[in-house]
Design a protein around this ligand. Structure first.
Ligand code: FE
Ligand code: FE
Length: 179
């Protein structure tokens, strides 16, 4: 899988994925989640990240994904497409892994621990550098739900500050985990 990722991703994206995988594994140990699942979901999470917008759009349409996605920022598209690729090309059948890939950019209301872990690990991996990331890293060590709440708050706040639209799953996620 790492070989495939190296072919499909830019070097910097590939390195990000490896850092997310290391972060996810450490968190999995901390929260008693399957380390194997955490690593697999982390390695797959950005597999569609470097595909062109045209290809991503074609796959979303072919797979009859939520048509609303096309009206939101294309940055969101690689999550669902990555989930499709993991299932169809790599025969990943575990729904928890598939959901962790699918929802890693938007979050959603009822996330499993693995989904939260991947969402948070993606945001706090050691290469991330934004104001407040240290607080998120500390929270990620203490309480997974609190970390999820803080991370979705950070994401929604970022989008609102940029005055761009927020995909409904992210709003649902915010409402579910903010308190
Ligand atoms: Fe991503
Ligand atoms: Fe990522």
């Amino acid at each position: 899988l790492k070989k495939v990722l190296q072919e499909r991703l830019t070097q910097s994206r590939y390195e990000h994925v490896l850092r997310v995988a290391e972060t996810a594994k450490a968190m999995a140990v901390r929260y008693d989640i399957s380390v194997v699942k955490a690593e697999q979901a982390a390695l797959f999470h950005d597999i569609a990240k470097c595909m062109s917008q045209t290809v991503l759009r074609d796959i979303l349409e072919r797979e009859q994904e939520d048509p609303r996605l096309l009206n939101f920022h294309h940055e969101l598209w690689h999550g669902p497409v990555g989930a499709v690729i993991a299932q169809k090309e790599f025969n990943i059948a575990d729904p928890d892994i598939v959901h962790a890939i699918r929802y890693h950019t938007t979050g959603r209301a009822e996330m499993s621990d693995l989904e939260k872990l991947i969402y948070v690990a993606d945001m706090i991996e050691p290469g991330r550098d934004f104001p407040g990331v240290e607080t998120l890293r500390e929270l990620a060590n203490e309480n997974l739900n609190a970390a999820m709440g803080a991370c979705i708050y950070q994401s929604v706040k970022y989008l609102v500050n940029k005055k761009v639209s927020v995909y409904p799953d992210s709003i649902d996620c915010y409402n579910a985990y903010i308190d």
